[in-house]
Design a protein around this ligand. Structure first.
Ligand code: ADP
Ligand code: TZD
Ligand code: MG
Length: 569
């Protein structure tokens, strides 16, 4: 007899589960199926938390959002081919937004796949994944799991965060190895996100420029929110007295009520400023690519703080590049700016006046009365805003066109990392996955403000919310369509227009179908009551906020990006 029986063996699932635990991973998001069903069962048997979704894109969105909110990559597991491709849409979104996550997918056997012989769910997933993620790895042998998971984690969180893909080959998943050898391979990575302070000369150049500014501005992006150095950023802003402008997901890094918040005067401060310190934002389409009318048609003196060196000069010349991690750099800048005189009173006064002007103009529209079932974006979101002001710990998820633009403008944020939205790509479909990921990873209640079209991209996850009994309130801004619900068919015949949905749809019933709470709200008062009750009960809730189908404008605030049909010759 050989002594094989006496050798204790471990399998691939064991190797993977132990490696995930060694990296501090507690939650897995995904959908089971061949070949990973037994893996996720084993994970659960081992005490891990498993969150099963109804579509992999939503599971991957949950992983990306939890990575953004906590700094710990969310991990999503999918089945081969279509499952993997569905997950990749969420991974690509995470990469684009700079959110850390890991997508792992089971795969058909390499022999058949590489000869394209038609295995079950055969697909060259590694090749497909590579262009949508920061890095794509394949594990071919179970002994490589400890290194592969650590490598994926470190890659996801280091530099500009993003998604990492791991292809779980059939060969790796079917192997076994001696437990004693496995134990020698296990490790927990040391310092996966090392500090990366900036060069002293770069700090001095930036500080000198800021000290010489007459109309300085600090632009805060979601990179600054992600960096989790909230107190230091607040101190930098307050010590220098410089006004700040938050990008949508940086809202709340300092309270929207802060006297230096220039948010409501955006169209004044961007063209007027002379020196702009950018903390964790890209000069992409959301900022007019750094030039043109958004910036008063002048080249500003930009100080750009970013962890990614080649982000600098990506759109316009940057006068003072500062490459480093924001937590380190903000400390360095504070030291270099010590004793700097506060920003000019005339500049601050001009901003304060415009901020007040915007608020005064908005305020009455938030309280306007409309007939039942005929709410608009202003008075409905005005009601939501007042409830959320009393619940600053709520994480807000927001998508749609008008639902997004008005949500961003009307809902104030008071605390950091409490807002997740359509992000860099302006996507629909972050809603329910993002809400679930936020609720699970932060333990806080979540309110999702959703266009009725936006909601449709992930609406089936209401069942998931109900199954896990998550404290999520979904408010459907139901105007009956994309941008509007009352557009006629351009051809004049009976088919609905490309932007219209079923009129009078009862989205609230989707919650009651799964044992959650569904409420129809036709007035701001009903909306207030429904939201208050839902936050109190912490029960999964869908509120159907019935809007006038005529409320909304084409593409919200970005209608200028549309292409109109050219006139016939
Ligand atoms: P927003 O959409 O809010 O304008 P972006 O996603 O365009 O923000 O930009 C975020 C930027 O922050 C990215 O260029 C990214 O490289 C950078 N970044 C992310 N985390 C850090 C960090 N810890 N330190 C420095 N820069 C960071
Ligand atoms: N598909 C994806 C994945 N992302 C997108 N952004 C779109 C399609 C196009 N799109 C927008 O840019 S906004 C929008 C779509 C379909 C929906 C707007 O309608 P809504 O919001 O009901 O969500 P409002 O409040 O009616 O404007
Ligand atoms: Mg709509």
């Amino acid at each position: 007899m050989s002594n094989e029986k006496e050798v204790e063996l471990v399998d691939a699932f064991y190797m993977m589960i132990e490696s995930l635990k060694n990296n501090g991973i507690k939650n897995l998001y995904g959908i089971p199926g061949i070949p990973i069903t037994a893996l996720v069962r084993s994970w659960q048997a081992d005490g891990g938390k498993w969150f099963g979704f109804r579509h992999e894109t939503n599971a991957a969105m949950a992983a990306g959002v939890s990575g953004y909110l906590t700094g710990v990559p969310g991990v999503c597991i999918t089945t081969p081919a279509p499952g993997c491709l569905n997950g990749l849409a969420g991974a690509a979104n995470a990469t684009t937004n700079g959110w850390p996550m890991i997508l792992m997918s089971g795969a058909a056997g390499r022999r058949n796949t590489d000869l394209q012989q038609g295995a079950f769910e055969e697909m060259d997933q590694l090749w497909a994944a590579r262009q949508h993620v920061k890095a794509a790895f394949r594990v071919n042998n179970l002994r490589d799991f400890p290194v592969a998971i650590a490598r994926a984690y470190r890659t996801a969180v280091s530099g500009r965060p993003g998604a990492v893909y791991i292809d779980l080959s059939h060969e790796a998943l079917t192997g076994t190895m001696p437990a004693a050898d496995a134990a020698k391979l296990m490790f927990s990575p040391v310092d996966p996100t090392p500090k990366q302070p900036a060069d002293a000369a770069a700090i001095k150049r930036a500080a000198d420029l800021l000290k010489g500014a007459k109309k300085p501005l600090i632009l805060l992006g979601k990179g600054a929110a992600y960096a989790q150095c909230d107190a230091d950023i607040k101190a930098l802003v307050e010590e220098t007295g410089i006004p700040f402008l938050p990008m949508s997901m940086a809202k709340g890094l300092l309270s929207d009520n802060h006297p230096q918040n220039a948010g409501p005067a955006r169209s004044y401060v961007l063209p007027e400023c002379d020196v702009c310190l950018i903390l964790g934002a890209r000069l992409n389409w959301l900022l007019g690519n750094g030039s043109g009318p958004t910036w008063g048609n002048q080249l500003k003196k930009f100080i750009q703080v970013d962890i990614l060196p080649n982000e600098i000069d990506s759109n316009v010349p940057i006068a003072a590049p500062v490459v480093g991690d924001i937590a380190s750099v903000v400390g360095q800048l504070r030291a270099a700016l010590k004793g700097m005189p506060k920003a000019d009173a005339a500049w601050m006064g001009g901003i304060a006046e415009r901020v007040q002007g915007s608020k005064d103009k908005l305020a009455p529209t938030l309280k306007a009365q409309t007939a039942p079932g005929m709410m608009n974006y202003r008075n409905s979101l005005g009601a939501v805003r007042d409830v959320l002001a009393k619940n600053p710990n709520v994480v807000l998820v927001n998508e749609g066109a008008n639902a997004l633009d008005n949500g961003r403008m009307i809902i104030d944020q008071y605390l950091p990392r409490k807002r997740v939205d359509s992000g860099t790509w302006g996507i629909m479909g972050i809603g329910m996955g993002g809400s679930i990921g936020a609720a699970i990873s932060t333990g806080e209640p979540v309110v999702a403000i959703e266009g009725d079209s936006a909601f449709g991209f992930s609406g089936m996850e209401v069942e998931t919310m109900c199954r896990y009994n998550l404290p999520i309130t979904v408010i459907i801004m139901n105007n009956g369509g994309i941008y509007k619900g009352n557009e006629p068919n351009a051809g004049g015949y009976d088919d609905p227009s490309p932007t219209a949905f079923v009129p009078g749809a009862r989205y609230d019933m989707m919650a009651t179908a799964f044992g959650g709470v569904g409420v129809q709200a036709t007035t701001p008062e009903e909306l207030t009551a429904a939201l208050e009750a839902s936050l109190k009960s912490r029960k999964p809730t869908v509120i159907n906020a019935v809007l006038d189908p005529d409320s909304g404008v084409e593409s919200g605030r970005i209608s200028g990006l549309n292409i109109e049909r050219k006139k016939k010759a």
